[in-house]
Write a protein that binds this ligand. Structure first.
Ligand code: CA
Length: 343
């Protein structure tokens, strides 16, 4: 036996030896994730984790409602592209998300001589007309990398109400991107109106806006070291979390929660475990669950329909040839696990 194959078997055994502890059931008091982009294999690719929760609450059973969705806008020479350089629009917003990295990957461009250029990708928290109270938020955290300058900001009722006075400059935080991933946590005290805006001059900040927020936006920002000109920007964004808040804090109507049971497929951190050639999972409420088994070339080698009723279930893994596979649990928010088969 060559050293190589020995090493391969040892590492495979180590992997198989891992017994995944069953994850605790997801709870309404889980951290409030706007989006982790981990459910991008679903057919409602532009929906956010947060939006999925609301659609469940309203109907009492899980539906893919039109809540919490990503969209793009641009103008005055500003443009929005996907990672492959294709122009993004609402009809192809799916391509704004990298399926391998399970994150957003977008490029902005604008004529640097056009001072009014703008380009952005945004998520309504629920609907454009729904204002959400984020007063309890202590900071927001986002994983980000890339090149150029972007700004995260929150669309608020305050700016809508005062649009005659403040035509732009909604409260947010600018970031100069770096090639390596970094986890950025922005304290609410650092969220303020955009520099050079009338709102900035008047000291408008998070406290003015926090109780009525409609959207989270990523926009092309000026280079602070170079006259604030807007240059081509490329970025990857992942795991947008509103720290200090849970799903309980944003559910409406709050009272309906007591009668709503949560399907783990509908919440972030849905989970399952693999052991003894079986996939085990549990449903807190009934709802469709299915699994895809994918080889390392990305080919789906098997699809398994799960049991949809309430309770803990196990489904058998099919016969597979030796190799490495990824199992995806497909619900509103999918999760994945990797495993290896030895023969
Ligand atoms: Ca992700």
């Amino acid at each position: 036996m060559s050293l190589f194959s020995k090493a391969l078997i040892i590492s495979a055994v180590a992997l198989i030896g891992v017994s995944y502890a069953a994850a605790p059931p997801p709870r309404w008091d889980s951290p409030l994730i706007l989006d982790d982009f981990d459910d991008i294999y679903g057919d409602a690719i532009n929906r956010t984790c947060l939006g999925a929760v609301k659609s469940y609450s309203v109907s009492g059973t899980f539906t893919k409602g039109s809540y919490g969705y990503w969209y793009v806008y641009s103008g005055n020479t500003g443009e929005v592209f996907n990672g492959d350089g294709g122009e993004l629009s609402s009809s192809n917003i799916k391509t704004a998300f990298d399926e391998d990295l399970q994150c957003m990957h977008v490029k902005f461009d604008a004529d640097p001589t056009e001072t009014g250029a703008y380009a952005a990708i945004a998520a309504n928290l629920f609907l454009e007309t729904d204002y959400v109270d984020l007063s309890k938020m202590t900071s927001f955290t986002v994983k980000v990398k890339g090149s150029g300058d972007i700004r995260f900001f929150f669309k608020s009722k305050f700016f809508q109400t005062n649009k005659a006075k403040y035509s732009w400059g909604e409260v947010g935080f600018p970031v100069t991107l770096t090639a390596a991933w970094k986890t950025l946590t922005v304290l609410v005290k650092d969220i303020e109106a955009a520099e050079f805006s009338d709102a900035y001059d008047d000291g408008v900040d998070w406290n003015d806006c926090k109780d009525a927020i409609s959207a989270f936006v990523i926009e092309l920002a000026g280079d602070p070291t170079d006259d604030n000109t807007k240059k081509a920007t490329e970025f990857w964004v992942d795991s947008i979390v509103f720290d200090g808040m849970t799903y309980l804090d944003v559910m409406e109507p709050y009272d309906s929660l007591t009668s709503v049971k949560v399907s783990r497929a509908n919440l972030p951190q849905s989970a399952f475990c693999i052991s003894n050639n079986q996939i085990s999972y549990s449903n807190a409420a009934s709802g469709d669950v299915n699994f895809s088994i994918v080889d390392l070339n990305g080919t789906v080698v098997s699809r398994i329909t799960g049991i949809s009723s309430v309770g803990t279930h196990s489904v058998a893994l099919p016969k597979l040839s030796a190799g490495s596979y990824i199992v995806r649990m497909n619900g509103r928010n999918s999760s994945t696990r990797q495993f290896q088969i030895l023969r």
